[in-house]
Design a protein. Structure first.
Length: 185
């Protein structure tokens, strides 16, 4: 009875390209179940793949650092898995870059809204209607679509919370990279 790759091929007889595709396909199958999430906790997925690179008979006893010695009887080609690690790290760095760009955008919006807030404080302290109108006009010039005198402070608060949330995501992504770099195949 044939088992393994089609035509009964196993281990080193399976074409290298097919081994790479298998690693990528398994990785994709695991990760796509986590729709709308970032690469945070992607190291857990990679650890699952490392377990598949281990020989079944050593599954419980082989430490990650010893897997390299036993890869010849594993299910996944470790070389392909290492290439996947590099792709994941590069992709995570790109995701970090996008998060940082968004944080920069949010900080620009916060600066703009803080100027509005300063104008609002000056308008409240102004004694003359002419001065109040001057500051109100300055505020109007800085408002973006959907913002007004009544809601700008809520928008400012939401932007500040968004920065905190994105900073946390960025830190978790950097931590994921540190974990992935420590993984041994």
């Amino acid at each position: 009875m044939a088992h393994g790759y089609p035509q009964g091929l196993t281990k080193k007889d399976i074409p290298y390209v097919a081994q790479i595709i298998r690693v990528a396909d398994e990785y994709d199958a695991i990760v796509t179940k986590r729709q709308y999430t970032t690469h945070v906790n992607i190291s857990e997925t990679l650890k699952d793949l490392i377990r598949d690179a281990k020989p079944t008979e050593y599954m419980k006893t082989v430490a990650l650092d010893v897997v390299r010695e036993n890869y010849k009887v594993g299910k996944i080609n470790p070389k392909a898995l290492k290439a996947l690690f590099k792709v994941v790290i590069d992709d995570t760095l790109y995701e970090i870059s996008c998060v940082m760009d968004y944080i920069n955008y949010l900080n620009e919006q916060i600066n703009r809204l803080e100027k509005i807030e300063k104008y609002d404080l000056k308008a409240r302290k102004a004694k003359k209607d002419k001065d109040k109108d001057y500051y109100h006009e300055g505020m109007k010039m800085l408002f973006e679509q959907g913002e007004n005198f009544e809601n700008y402070q809520n928008v400012l608060s939401e932007y500040r919370m968004a920065v905190i949330t994105r900073e946390d995501v960025k830190d978790k992504l950097y931590n994921e990279i540190r974990i992935i770099k420590k993984l041994r195949i």
